[in-house]
Structures are given as C-alpha cells and as structure tokens.
Ligand binder design. Sequence first.
Ligand SMILES: [Zn+2]
Length: 307
Amino acid sequence: MHYGIDVGGTKTEIAIYDRDWQCLDRWREPTPAQDGEAFLTMLAGLVQQADDRCGSQGTLGLGFPGVLDDQGHLVAANLPGLRAWALETTLAARLDRAFVIENDSRCFVVSETGPGGAAEGQRHVFGAILGTGAGGGAIVEGRLLKGSGRLAGEWGHLPLPAAAAKRYGLPLLPCGCGLQACLETYIAGPGLVRLHHHFGGASTSAEQWHVAWKSGEKAAQRAHECHLELVGGALANVVKLLSPQVIVVGGGLSTVDHFVEALPAAIARQLFADVEMPKVVRSRLGDASGVRGAAMLGAATAAVGHA
Ligand SMILES: [Zn+2]
C-alpha cells in the first residue's frame, strides 16, 4: 500500500492507495499548527492508524505548504510551530520508515501527470495552482524538477511586471515571503479580490468577485482583464523557461470557466509569434491531487530504494 499525507494549515489528510492508485481510505485530523510536538504526535498517529487498517507498512510521502530553507527548516507562514526544527531529521526520528517530503504544489503536478491525471503520461508539464496562494511545480523529461534548493516551480513569487503595474496603477504590496510585489499577492484568490477593490469593487472573496463579474459589473471585469494579463504573462515566462507541453491549472480559480478558457490566448499574447503553445487544461483530480502526488513520490522513492 502507498500512503500520502497532505499537511494543511488547518487540516492534515492521509489517504491510502493500492498499486493501481485507487484510493482505499482517507481521513483528516486538525493540524496543530502552533505546536510542533503535538504535530509530530498527530502525524505518527495517522501513519500508525493506516498501518493498523492495512495490516502492513505502506510507503509514505508527505506534502507540505512552503519550502525548506538551507538548514532544512520549513518556511511556511501557516505552520509556525514547525519552524524550530530541521523537518526531515525530526520526522525521521518519529516515523519508522523511509519517506519523502515535498512541497504540496510539486505533489500536485506529480499527481496530474500520473494515471487518470489531466496530463497523464506527458513528459513536460507545468502545474499551476491558483487558490489561497499561487504555487507550482514542473515535470521535465518525465521527472519532477527539484533544483538545487528545491525552489523550482515557485512562479507565484516572481515579481509583478513593471509595465502592467504602471498601466493599471497597481500598488506594490508586501508578500508573506518577505519580498515585495510578488505575483501571488495579485493573482491568487485573495489577490483577485485585491484587484477588484483596486478597480472600485467591494467583494470579500473570489466567489463574490465572480458573482459581480457575471452581473457585468465594470470593476469586476477590469479586475478580470488585469488578472488575466498578469497570469498570462507569468505563465508565458514559465513557457520561455521550461517549454511544457501541458499546463495544468488547479486550485479554486481553476473552477472559473471563463478564466481557464481565456488563459491560452492571454499566454500567447505574451509569447513570441508562432511558437508552439502548450495545452492549458484544468486539474482532473482536484483537491485530492496533492495527497495522491505525495503518495506517488513516496512509492517511487521506495521502489528505487529496493532496486
Ligand atoms: Zn513572495
């Protein structure tokens, strides 16, 4: 069996998969985000419960929000309780098996490239999540691109392009990562709400922006136009760097049809003329993609270890 764990700021989910990647069972626990010791106990408990249900030890992959710094500390704004430890070493002392940990957006692209995913079997894929944040990950030559510092895929922390900032008169806002004017602050769900406010709208959620857009409200349409240009430009940069065959879009904004349908043209407008455009597709596995990708990475590593 293969276990995947997806650690979120409020809930942590574990799922058990068979060799054909059918999900046999899944359940959730609250994440003790402020208390590292309680967090480790919770994780070890989830793994033990999975072993008890399966009657054997499964392989294990864990997906986390955030990135590991050069000391192996997790840098994740909504998991402050874990900041004090070198995460992999600390987990290794508590979990009685080999495991993999990876950023949850990287898990997403792994899953969408696997069986039943939106980019199944493709060898060059970029996964772009637009939800509460803007995360991403790349499959290059059929393998997850990690890079030296495991940062590869962090497209949300590329900077706002100066031309668009000037044209739309956008303010330069601080980002949770410590940098200024990161794209995530403007293009993730909360960012779209900020854009709506900037153009005179009054939504408090991306859903409310969408209602306003459907009603034909001018501010909501202007926010959409600006948002599309920013996302299209950022993904055009990704295409220039990685040349994917497919871009899989996930997260809450991927459920907005007119946004996803307008993306290919928005990307093409900011690329050279007549270059091969990647297909833009919506996530097929939705919210389950992160936990499944974590399990797939754990299984792949265990298979290599046994070879
Ligand atoms: Zn940032």
